[in-house]
Design a protein. Structure first.
Length: 277
């Protein structure tokens, strides 16, 4: 990507994040480090990153299960530090800066939070992991069939469904690596319920309800936000759209619907610096 294209993408990202922060000020502490993290997609930090996938995973395990990823250690540590600086302050930032930042990133990728007692640090390392996950998803082989509600690349749950174009093709989008995979209409992505009597929707009033709504399941009481769009969203916009439509999450929660409170099939990824044995 040329310098001009990178600059244009970053300017567009900044506008989106600034507009959302003005609309939802309570999200600003999360949006600021998110912007820092996403801008690294175009600055060379992840150049050459290509996951080496395990040959022993089963058919229902994500592509990145037990994969190894070699990264540029200096660039990645600088990336993690930049995200930490945008997310933390004071003693919390000082303490986090003294930790092994490559190990922190690996914890963020693999959702290993048990030994960290700072919710802000946990949120920060999850944000720092996003561009690595997106890069791995872009490099992962495509799938022609995937019947699960968890991602075929990283194993995270779907966070949005897209209804594409005039054909109304339906696909799910991962909330971690933002990968897309096709799915059937009238199937709950979380429990597989397909009885249309048990599936419903929450549709906002007015024109907005024709663009974005909530689909619900009476069996597992799960829900997923669904957006009609002419073309598939970029990875960055999946995350921004999820934040922008937080009102739909609130409405769904008020009616007793929830997101899964357990991990799906999260992949276990091992990071190494290039040249490491």
């Amino acid at each position: 990507m040329s310098r001009t294209e990178t600059s244009t993408r970053n300017e567009s990202l900044d506008r989106e994040l600034s507009a959302l922060a003005a609309q939802r000020p309570e999200l600003a502490p999360w949006l600021r480090p998110l912007g820092v993290s996403l801008r690294s997609l175009d600055d060379g930090t992840w150049d050459g990153v290509l996951p080496v996938c395990s040959q022993h995973r089963s058919a229902d395990q994500p592509v990145l299960h037990d994969a190894v990823v070699a990264v540029d250690g200096a660039r990645v540590r600088a990336h993690v530090q930049a995200v930490l600086a945008a997310a933390l302050a004071g003693a919390e930032l000082t303490a986090a800066s003294g930790l092994d930042q490559l190990a922190l990133l690996e914890r963020g990728v693999n959702r290993i939070d048990a030994e960290l007692d700072s919710p802000a640090l946990i949120a920060a390392i999850h944000l720092a992991a996003i561009p690595l996950m997106i890069t791995c998803a872009r490099a992962a082989p495509a799938v022609t069939q995937w019947a699960h509600g968890y991602c075929h690349v990283c194993g995270g749950w779907a966070v949005l469904a897209e209804v594409l174009g005039l054909e109304r093709t339906r696909q799910l989008r991962c909330g971690r690596c933002c990968a897309a995979w096709k799915t059937n209409v009238l199937v709950c992505p979380f429990c597989g319920e397909s009885d249309h009597h048990k599936l419903g929707s929450l549709v906002p009033d007015g024109p907005q309800g024709q663009i974005c709504w909530v689909e619900t399941c009476g069996t597992c009481h799960g829900y997923i936000k669904t957006r009609a769009t002419l073309r598939t969203m970029s990875a960055e916009n999946v995350l921004i759209e999820d934040a922008r439509t937080i009102d739909l999450d609130i409405v769904a929660a008020e009616r007793g619907f929830t997101k899964p409170d357990h991990a799906a099939r999260l992949a276990h990824l091992r990071l190494m610096t290039r040249g490491e044995n």
